[in-house]
Design a protein around this ligand. Sequence first.
Ligand code: C5P
Length: 478
Amino acid sequence: MASLTVRKLDEAIKAYLRLRSAQNGRSVEEEVRVILREYVQGRPEPLSTLPAEMSAEPAWPENISTAEPRVTLIIGGGIAAYKSLDLIRRLKERHIRVRCVLTHAAQHFVTPLAASALSGERVHTDLFDPHSEFDAGHIRLARDCDLIVVAPATADLMSKMAQGAADDLASAVLLAATRPILLAPAMNPAMWSNAATRRNVAELERDGVALVGPNAGEMAEAGEAGTGRMAEPLEIVAAAERFLRPKKPGLLSGKRILITAGPTHEPIDPVRYIANRSSGKQGFAIAAAARAAGAEVVLVAGPVELDAPKGVSVVHVESARDMLRAVEAALPVDIAIFAAAVADWRVMSQGEQKLKKTDAAMPPLQLVENPDILATISHRAEGRPSLVIGFAAETEHLIDNAKSKLRRKGCDWIVANDVSPATGVMGGDRNTVHLLRRDGDTIGLDSWPVMTKEQVAVALVAEIARGVSERAESEPTT
Ligand code: C5P
């Protein structure tokens, strides 16, 4: 088998892969595998032509596929069975394959034809079906899936399960199961509260079977209410997805990240100030992406017109000196990203009152240098974040200026972007960036294609996560 080196792919393809993998919370290699699998599954022609007798019942893929997981849905005989047809639809909407087993009792409420039309698969009803049992089809139904859902799970079906009965297809599948089982019980409230059912439920829970519902409410029987209604299809789907697509911890969970964003305003007098055109969009997008990746995010923002990203605490500041104070107060952090366009200078002595226009000479504005927040934090002897990232917004000699900034400021990475007016980057929604990484005396350069600021943020967060995990791997364990 040929192997593929992601590093050697075109820059644009690498950038696309980075973005896609970050959005899906996968490694780049895993993403490539998913893309290849999707391509192969979506091919118009089959990979190989199987002999007719074998292709009647195609086998599902061996491995659990989070892209298209598989459910064996056992529909029991109760009035709630009509809701199971909607359940099939809801599962399919979420790209979950469904193969149905109908008990004999279920067929009084829904037809195998309806279940097979909705699932797009052959429906199974009989333990002694010669079409599927020639190779022990009930074992395949039990094992060749990622989850077995029983909806509605009737009192009778649960009683058989608790006792290990296997006298029909549904109970045989459940007895042969090696996959997790999720039951959605549905029955009359008196049956649900009956001591026998209580015993069976307790037994099944001890055996590791999961339950969703039943809910309280009105029953199909006129005038009856209580606990026994089957959970709604969407509740069952949500419970199923917890098995099929368990939430992966975010790429940056457990990390605390500090981000600066926006311009600073340097007062001249109580009503005037020096400012710049930064909108803060890129810094806010990075904060949102870092939060989405599970990080704890502190965003220190100059005056901007943006809403706080969900789950991010924003510290609002005006001037560069305020920003430095807020940044120092937020330490310690694991990672610091300085995306703010901090004013380099401030007026030495701010007027107490509004400066007046006079016939005499113009008021002299003597400027002094602001503290360099990025350099201050990068050069900290103690409590320096393990990864410090600066931005270089340039209008000429972009890469050369960014390289010297990287060395001068002492940070680890620089995100360089051309902010000449023609690019529309300042205040706009798109950005073309270059990532410069310092590695000892050498500097690596990665140029990304034009992307939205959100895409740049997601790709940067993915690079950070990769950098953090590479560092963790290279650190000696004690
Ligand atoms: O020197 P220049 O302003 O081009 O440097 C840009 C980088 O330095 C950005 O990351 C910016 O947030 C940071 N910076 C800073 N404090 C300053 C000036 C710039 O943190 N006073």
